[in-house]
Design a protein. Structure first.
Length: 452
């Protein structure tokens, strides 16, 4: 349809074939091209308009549409050149023009220019509207800068604009992402007083943040009930957050078996309600089963996950490898590593750390060291946890000199600040490690002081 209209428009541009198309015809086709995400064609048609001088000149709607095309293609410099041409043609930019530019700046992470454009609108007009603020609030909250979003929300009220449901929900979700639970709760209460209804995203964000905190699962469940009472059905993200709340470490400490059983019941309710679990849901539940001592159930669910097209990433394998290592089943963990490699999935630092820790746990220090040396082949850089596991494993096995060599290597690679020692067992030997690491810390501090 759009291609036919575009072809017809190009033919009608021939000056010897009157009548010439109207600007409205051009704008309709340009808009259709943008809607179909055919932005290059939008720009091409605009250039055709400017080349054929006999054709009707572009108006502000034309410019707004083409500026939007440039912004979608992340060609902000071209968009700004077109913005300058608006004045050259004695046209006035509209609110749509400025909002498009602000959206473009936000996409590029250019917050200062976006805010400068807002100030320009305030000084010279047209005045910003709720759309202007919503674009900026969404950007700041998505960039973990919810405080800036809250400030803009207050500015909206000062300018006589009614802060929208979208703006409030966006900020609340941003506060939850930042872990600012108290601020999120206060905003939620304010929204209730103003009669602003939360949406599915808001409820899910609050449920997620409550599930991540200790002893807040009860509040998460109450929100789930409220969510349903307000006519919102929980989605896969909501269910996954609740399952995570039941399966995370703090919840499982209270009653391992009961919590895991509740997570399984929730998982079954989710599927019965027609909500399909995703990879994160499966991985979270497998992790919970492993932590709850139900490794066999975790393995079975992992296979179900694979049958349904999930489980091909390193995170899912890491969860199960960790389950085997924690239960002393290092053989099963190694089988999973082999399976992972056959699939062409690259193990990460967590994979190696888990296996190294598993080997150390059962006293297989040589295997732990072999795994450590194998990290270089996979181009995986050891971290502080890697060194800590090995140093403690070597120390517990009586390999003090080898542990010292590893500490030296750790220091040379800049990992000393990550090292934490357990001052138990052979105090004199461990103290040598403590002294060496402490000396390194002092050296680093002196260097920092000189630079500062």
């Amino acid at each position: 349809m759009v291609d036919s209209a575009l072809s017809l428009l190009h033919r009608s541009m021939d000056p010897i074939r009157p009548p010439q198309p109207s600007i409205r015809s051009f704008n309709l086709v340009l808009s259709s091209l943008n809607k179909s995400k055919n932005f290059e064609s939008t720009i091409s048609l605009y250039h055709s308009m400017t080349i054929h001088r006999s054709i009707v000149p572009p108006d502000i709607v034309t410019f707004n549409t083409v500026i939007n095309a440039f912004c979608e293609l992340r060609r902000i410099d071209a968009a700004l050149q077109l913005f300058d041409e608006i004045r050259f043609r004695n046209l006035e930019p509209t609110r749509v023009t400025f909002n498009t530019l602000i959206k473009c700046y936000c996409k590029e992470g250019r917050a200062s220019e976006a805010l400068e454009t807002l100030q320009r609108m305030r000084r010279r007009g047209p005045a910003p509207d709720d759309r202007t603020y919503s674009i900026l609030i969404a950007f700041f909250c998505g960039s973990l800068q919810s405080e800036s979003g809250l400030r803009l929300l207050r500015e909206m009220s000062v300018e006589g604009l009614e802060p929208t449901e979208t703006a409030h929900n966006c900020i609340l979700a941003g506060l939850c992402k930042e872990g600012r639970v108290r601020s999120a709760e206060m905003l939620y209460l304010r929204m209730s007083k103003l009669g602003i209804r939360p949406n599915v995203v808001t409820y899910t964000a609050l449920i997620d943040v409550f599930c991540c905190g200790r002893s807040r699962f009860g509040q998460a469940r109450r929100l789930l009930i409220e969510m349903r009472e307000n006519g919102f059905d929980p989605n896969v993200v909501t269910y996954t957050a609740l399952i995570h709340g039941l399966c995370n470490g703090s919840a499982l400490e209270e009653a391992l078996e009961l919590k895991v059983e509740a997570a399984l019941e929730l998982f079954n309710a989710m599927t019965q309600n027609g909500v399909c679990p995703n990879e994160v849901t499966y991985t979270t539940l497998v992790d919970g089963l492993c932590k709850g001592g139900r490794l066999d159930d975790g393995v079975r669910l992992f296979h179900v996950m694979e049958e349904r097209g999930f489980g091909g990433n390193v995170v899912a394998y890491n969860v199960l490898i960790c389950g085997f290592c924690n239960s002393g089943g290092i053989g099963g963990a190694l089988n999973l590593l082999g399976e992972l490699m056959k699939k062409g999935v690259k193990p990460d630092v967590f994979t190696f750390n888990t296996l190294i820790g598993g080997f150390c746990k059962v006293g297989m220090i040589e295997s732990a060291m072999a795994m450590f040396r194998g990290m270089a082949w996979w181009d995986v850089r050891p971290c502080g946890i890697t060194y800590r596991s090995l140093v403690h494993g070597l120390y517990n096995a009586g390999e003090i000199e080898q542990a010292m060599d590893l500490v030296e290597e750790m220091i040379n690679k800049g990992q000393a600040s990550d090292f934490v020692v357990d001052r138990t067992g052979r105090i004199e030997d461990m103290d040598r490690l403590v002294v060496r690491v402490s000396e390194s810390w002092m050296e680093e501090k002196e260097e920092d002081d000189k630079l500062g």
